[in-house]
Design a protein around this ligand. Structure first.
Ligand code: SF4
Length: 346
């Protein structure tokens, strides 16, 4: 049912304190409610047991607590869990829990659909419907943290913004969500355990650097040759590699953080020596790490993972140029939870 009441979690702690003062109550009431919302995960005002019944009814009259529901959970043979998450307005996004021996990682979504149109990505086929609110991003992390404790007996250790959507196209809300995830009143996680993965929006990368964010950055590069990158990531025509590189130079100058590039090698697209040489050249300006990601075809089409010889060529040429390279195996392929496959098929 449509409601005109405001989502109480859109208020900052200060705004909540001011609200209570305006109601003739004490400002610390705002702190109590804030803690219920963000630390104790209350979904209903009636759960706030240290708040008087009268105050809870007053809150009910003025606000709603929008929260997500895990609509469907699928478990892969390799332990990966994919959640179809229903938002308060009925839209669905997906988030993934990826367990390894040492860590459990949440891969979360930042938009419903995506603003961009990468040809190899299932999400790009969904039009961007809206940005996620900070609480909707936060709630995905909380849900996965609970699953991590339940199924793997440990709290969530890492978060990557690599689910549906381009996080830098929803920058303010992503930042607010990370603020809640890292604050002691939220989950208290270290920002060093969070990576925002972008397709490369130069203006926003510079802004992140200027904002002195403490979390990590990964860039989905996939080609260091403009013509090829534009053919697979058409927005590269608007944000060409020279602009991306300039933004990353700014990022490195400010943060001194190593830059991670996500990179898939596709058969017949970027699997030649010339492609690797361009990548090496692109990486030269700052310490870099290249994650070669195993690709999962999203249809019978155009994009197929290159053979091992091409991957080996990448590895040996990158290593010979002192660029760290890792090969990341895909997880959760059998439930369409792997990179590039998130598209609400569940
Ligand atoms: S790869 Fe990322 S940025 Fe590109 S369309 Fe898919 S979700 Fe959007």
């Amino acid at each position: 049912m449509e409601t005109t009441k405001k989502d109480i979690r859109a208020l900052t702690k200060e705004q909540l304190r001011e609200f209570f003062v305006a109601q003739g109550d004490k400002d610390f009431r705002g702190n109590q409610v804030y803690e219920w919302l963000w630390n104790k995960g209350a979904h209903k005002f009636e759960d706030m047991t240290n708040i008087s019944k009268e105050t809870r009814l007053m809150l009910e009259d003025n606000f709603v607590i929008n929260h997500i529901e895990v609509d469907q959970m699928q478990r892969s043979n390799d332990g990966t869990i994919k959640n179809a998450v229903r938002l308060h307005d009925g839209l669905i996004v997906e988030s993934v829990l990826i367990p390894t021996k040492k860590r459990t990682t949440a891969c979360v979504s930042s938009q419903v659909g995506c603003s961009l149109d990468c040809k190899f990505c299932a999400t790009s086929r969904l039009k961007r419907m809206r940005n996620l609110n900070p609480d909707e991003i936060f709630d995905q992390v909380v849900a996965i943290d609970k699953q991590s404790r339940l199924y793997f007996n440990k709290p969530l250790t890492n978060i990557v913004f690599m689910g549906m959507g381009e996080p830098l196209m929803n920058y303010n809300n992503v930042l607010k969500a990370i603020d809640k995830i890292t604050s002691p009143e939220g989950l208290g996680m270290s920002p060093k355990r969070i990576v925002v993965s972008t397709s490369g929006v130069p203006k926003m990368i510079k802004k992140m650097a200027d904002d002195e964010v403490k979390f990590g950055l990964a860039v989905s590069l996939h080609s260091a040759i403009d013509e090829i990158r534009t053919s697979i990531m058409p927005f590269n025509a608007t944000f060409p590699l020279a602009d991306l590189r300039e933004a990353l130079e700014h990022w490195y100058a400010k943060t001194k953080n190593l830059i991670t590039y996500e990179y898939v090698v596709w058969d017949g697209i970027n699997d030649t020596k010339k492609d690797v040489e361009a990548l090496i050249e692109f990486c030269r300006f700052a310490p870099s790490k290249v994650n070669l990601i195993e690709y999962n075809p999203i249809d019978d089409g155009e994009f197929q993972q290159a053979d091992n010889a091409a991957i080996d060529m990448y590895i040996s040429m990158l290593e010979a140029n002192n660029i760290t390279v890792t090969v990341r195996r895909s997880r959760g392929k059998d439930i369409d939870a792997a990179c590039g496959q998130l598209a609400n098929k569940s």
